[in-house]
Design a protein around this ligand. Structure first.
Ligand SMILES: *Cc1c(COP(=O)(O)O)cnc(C)c1O
Length: 418
């Protein structure tokens, strides 16, 4: 994982730009992404695959800003989408529809039609009912739908239960023991073209073993299918590579591929990957100002202008994210703070028990905020969603305007008065 953030004489910089300048120019809260970091993280995947046939499909749900997608499309990336909204973003950003895989367990007929019309690479199918609907939809358009079945390999990803997806009790995919039968029935469907198999066992994985276990199970299935005259062209192992938020020992993509690719030696199926977090998380930060400091007998609170509606991860998964002042002030008294937002929920915090030397008016930087940050934001408490900014070398681009109060009520109607 690359980051392009450095502290220079006490001030944080992203690439060549002082984060102070961004806070001054655009106000806070705002998300700031490094174009260079996104590019380096994507390039690391491509480099790790070497000569092995591959397709790296960036998981759009982790950060779907069209300028982020454009940056990746320009490098030749594919995309993993979970809705038609994400497909339209990819197309707007110049992404190649033929490199798109469509995940998600509740695709509608309209979504299937649109994806068939633009010619996506593959539908990742999660149930037999979905397969039946796709077959019918493709028939009505007189086309064949390229399909992979998402299997649930029943491996423990050893991550937070909310982001573990590959156990029998999870709602995702088709039980690997049922997969053979589903493939055989799919092979009988006139407008289904079976081309692959996929899985996604969870997110923020820091060990290679669950990936290797999942791949070993997929390979057994692929071989059984090929014996039954259902040869597959690709194997999609999903995303999920973890990143460093605190001091986790993470797995580099180089080490991951060094262990995974030998399992595929002498085979030749294309390997598809669906990384999200490992491309964008450490390429982004959230800037926020300290509005007030207050203390009681037990606690010191730093009340900041960003909240759970802007960054949900700490509230939703008790995620730990690093928080530092964008300019250090060693002269200020060091205290232990809970960094909290203005939303009327006790669960609204960005960090707990952080040692900080800060005053009211200081600007703080929340690190590793480039994935599952802005995309999970909401208007809860009627708070406009924040601006997004992309740094590219010495240049700064506003890639999403801060919402206005008018945006907040767009589409709402008062009842008629009579
Ligand atoms: C969320 C998701 C990903 C991306 O996961 P990361 O942990 O961000 O790499 C990939 N594939 C599917 C099917 C997903 O749901």
């Amino acid at each position: 994982m690359h980051t392009t953030i450095n502290r220079n004489n006490g001030d944080l910089f992203m690439e060549d730009i002082a984060l102070n300048d961004i806070a001054d120019q655009f106000g806070t809260p705002c998300y700031v992404y490094s174009k260079r970091a996104i590019e380096l993280n994507y390039d690391a995947y491509v480099a790790a695959m070497g000569d092995y046939p591959h397709l790296v499909c960036y998981a759009v749900k982790s950060n779907s800003n069209i300028a982020v997608l454009q940056t990746l499309a320009a490098l030749g990336a594919g995309f993993d989408i979970v809705s038609i909204g994400e497909l339209e973003r990819v197309l707007m950003a110049g992404g190649d529809p033929n490199k798109v895989v469509f995940s998600g367990l509740a695709k509608t007929a309209d979504e299937m039609s649109r994806a068939l019309e633009v010619g996506i690479h593959c539908f990742n199918i999660e149930s037999e009912s979905e397969l039946v609907l796709l077959n019918a939809t493709a028939a009505s358009l007189s086309v064949n739908a390229p399909v992979s079945i998402r299997v649930n390999p029943d491996v423990d990803a050893k991550t937070h239960p909310y982001i573990s997806t590959g156990l029998k009790e999870d709602k995702f995919g088709i039980d690997i023991n049922q997969a053979l039968g589903v493939y055989e029935r799919a092979a009988q469907m006139d407008n289904i073209n079976l081309i692959g198999v996929d899985c996604h066992i969870g997110s923020q994985l820091t060990e290679v073993k669950p990936f290797l276990d999942a791949m070993a199970r997929l390979l057994i299935l692929v071989d059984q299918l090929s014996e039954r005259d259902i040869p597959l062209a690709h194997i999609d192992i999903g995303g999920g590579l973890g990143v460093r938020y605190q001091d986790e020992q993470t797995l580099s993509v180089g080490d991951y591929m060094a262990e995974l690719l030998p399992l595929l030696a002498q085979r030749g199926e294309t390997l598809i990957l669906e990384p999200g977090r490992s491309i964008t998380a450490n390429a982004g930060v959230l800037l926020t100002h300290v509005q007030y400091l207050k203390s009681n007998d037990h606690k010191n609170f730093a009340i900041v202008n960003a909240a759970m509606n802007d960054m949900l991860r700490p509230s939703l998964y008790q995620a730990w994210m690093d928080i530092q002042p964008i300019s250090t002030h060693p002269d200020r008294e060091e205290r232990i703070y809970d960094v909290v937002g203005p939303v009327c929920e006790s669960g609204d915090f960005l960090g707990k028990d952080r040692i900080l030397s800060i005053s009211e008016g200081d600007c703080l930087c929340l690190f590793s905020a480039g994935s599952y940050g802005f995309v999970m934001s909401s208007n809860y408490n009627s708070r406009p969603r924040v601006a997004e900014i992309m740094v590219a070398g010495e240049q700064v681009h506003l890639i999403r305007q801060r919402e206005t109060l008018r945006d907040l009520v767009r589409g709402e109607q008062l009842l008629p008065v009579n």
